[in-house]
Write a protein that binds this ligand. Structure first.
Ligand SMILES: Cc1cc2nc3c(=O)[nH]c(=O)nc-3n(C[C@H](O)[C@H](O)[C@H](O)COP(=O)(O)OP(=O)(O)OC[C@H]3O[C@@H](n4cnc5c(N)ncnc54)[C@H](O)[C@@H]3O)c2cc1C
Length: 414
């Protein structure tokens, strides 16, 4: 394995960078964006012996206070990327998913996670602070000789010629490579530049997130489980993170306020007033959370096309999904695994590899996006429809309910 040699092109735009690129040197795979998707892609490529250069807009990382659930389809990939040992001390391993009626607090169903799900799919269900997942990926990237990482690079221009691609920033710094992967998130500037038809639209709901120290909360919140409280047009999810010292909470509400800010601060009083009347325990939790950040939920039809020549999108840039199945980040991990496999199989035919990557991902992502939307509708039912849902949840055997997600958690890259 050779150590990645970089060829910085200063004072260039994308076109002139291509003209100055060294002939016969294919260069690394350029990855724009060092979120979960971009970092995972660089590691997946490295595991296949492929060099990459990750270009991140932010000058430094400051991962937001939010939790992330990682189903077995995601933890299996994290294992392949070699980050589980670094991450394990920080994660929670929920034994069950407890579904509750938000107003009475009564448990409607208790679905098995923990050992049952891990045995079924050969990989565990984990919950983590996003900061810890990102830090584990970043640590692996920083010690990986086949990955370079440049910070403070705000990609704004792309050009391709003769099998090479160049990406430039307004700072007139440019890089060339043999492929460009845009993993630049839901508001992907590169998607709007290259695949103009795809645009996210606001779905009329927001997700407000908080991280609460567990030692400030009653015992019942310390249980190793994911809990979801259902209301008409709202739901709340929480689970312990940070090695069991904090609780990650998400409140999803109908909310007409649209913003592209992923982390807008919102006063606790707004959450308290917007919440439907709820069970006492949940009230305690909501009152105990002092810092909230709001994210307007956006959706986008899965595009027909997200690869073209030596360029492809990955993760939220390609296909943002609503968070009601807790799969957006995991889809980015799956993308990373398939992308690396496709480039490994076709090392000299990058455009073909990227077409194969898109083809192998599209049906899967469409199914996940549809299931996420459906989950959201079911969570937010009201009146008779909600009563019928609750009856089904109470009556159906819990393992049978969970087995309905075998298609999701049992997924493998090949
Ligand atoms: C409330 C909520 C809960 C969620 N819960 C879960 C969950 O439980 N499980 C799960 O799997 N997923 C969950 N998700 C989804 C998950 O957070 C996203 O799908 C995931 O973070 C997407 O990763 P990404 O790498 O594609 O994009 P991002 O994480 O958005 O990363 C994009 C990166 O690109 C950089 N960038 C942007 N523009 C440029 C540019 N021009 N040049 C260079 N760099 C640039 C950004 O700075 C950023 O670092 C949730 C989402 C929400 C909103």
């Amino acid at each position: 394995m050779s150590v990645l040699q970089l060829d910085p092109l200063a004072n260039e735009n994308a076109e002139t960078a291509l003209a100055h690129a060294r002939k016969g040197q294919p260069g690394p795979v350029l990855i724009v964006g060092a979120g979960i998707g971009g970092l995972a892609a660089s590691l997946a490529l490295a595991r296949r012996g492929i060099a990459s250069h990750v270009l991140e807009r932010r000058p430094a990382f400051n991962e937001d206070g939010a939790g992330i659930q990682i189903g077995p389809n995601g933890t299996r990939i994290l294992r392949q990327l070699g980050v589980v040992d670094a991450l394990r001390p920080h994660v929670g391993v929920p034994e069950a998913l407890s579904v509750r009626d938000g107003s009475t607090g009564n448990e409607l169903a208790r679905l098995p996670l923990g050992r049952w799900l891990a045995m079924r799919h050969g990989a565990p269900y984990w919950v983590a602070h996003r900061r810890d997942l990102h830090a584990a990926l970043l640590q692996a990237v920083r010690t990986e000789p086949l990955v370079a990482l440049s910070m403070g690079f705000d990609a704004s221009e792309v050009a391709t010629r003769d099998g090479l691609v160049a990406v430039a920033a307004d700072s007139r710094q440019a890089w060339t490579g043999r492929a460009l992967i845009a993993a630049d998130g839901i508001w992907s500037p590169l998607r709007s530049l290259l695949f103009k038809e795809a645009k996210p639209t606001f779905c009329g709901k927001s997700a407000s997130r908080s991280i609460v120290p567990l030692d400030t909360l009653p015992e019942e919140f310390h249980r190793p489980e994911t809990t979801i409280w259902l209301f008409p047009d709202a739901h709340v999810v929480h689970y312990p993170v940070s090695g069991g010292t904090e609780l990650a909470v998400v409140v999803v509400l109908d909310d007409g306020h649209e913003s592209s800010d992923w982390s807008a601060p919102v006063p606790p009083a707004w959450i308290q007033q917007s919440m439907p009347e709820c069970a006492e325990a949940l009230q305690t939790l909501i009152l105990g959370a002092s810092t909230w950040r709001r994210w307007s939920l956006h959706t986008m039809p899965v595009p027909q096309r997200w690869a073209q020549g030596p360029i492809a999108l990955l993760g939220d840039a390609a296909h943002p999904v609503l968070p009601f199945l807790a799969q957006g980040g995991v889809m980015a991990l799956e993308d990373a695994a398939v992308l690396a496999d496709a480039l490994h199989r076709n090392p000299d035919q990058v455009p073909l590899a990227l077409q194969q990557y898109q083809r192998r991902r599209r049906a899967r992502v469409m199914r996940v996006a549809k299931a996420s939307r459906r989950n959201g509708s079911i969570y937010h039912l009201q009146g008779l429809a909600a009563q019928a849902r609750n009856l089904v949840l109470r009556k159906l055997p819990a393992q049978r309910l969970m087995a309905r997600y075998d298609w999701l958690y049992g997924w493998r890259a090949d």
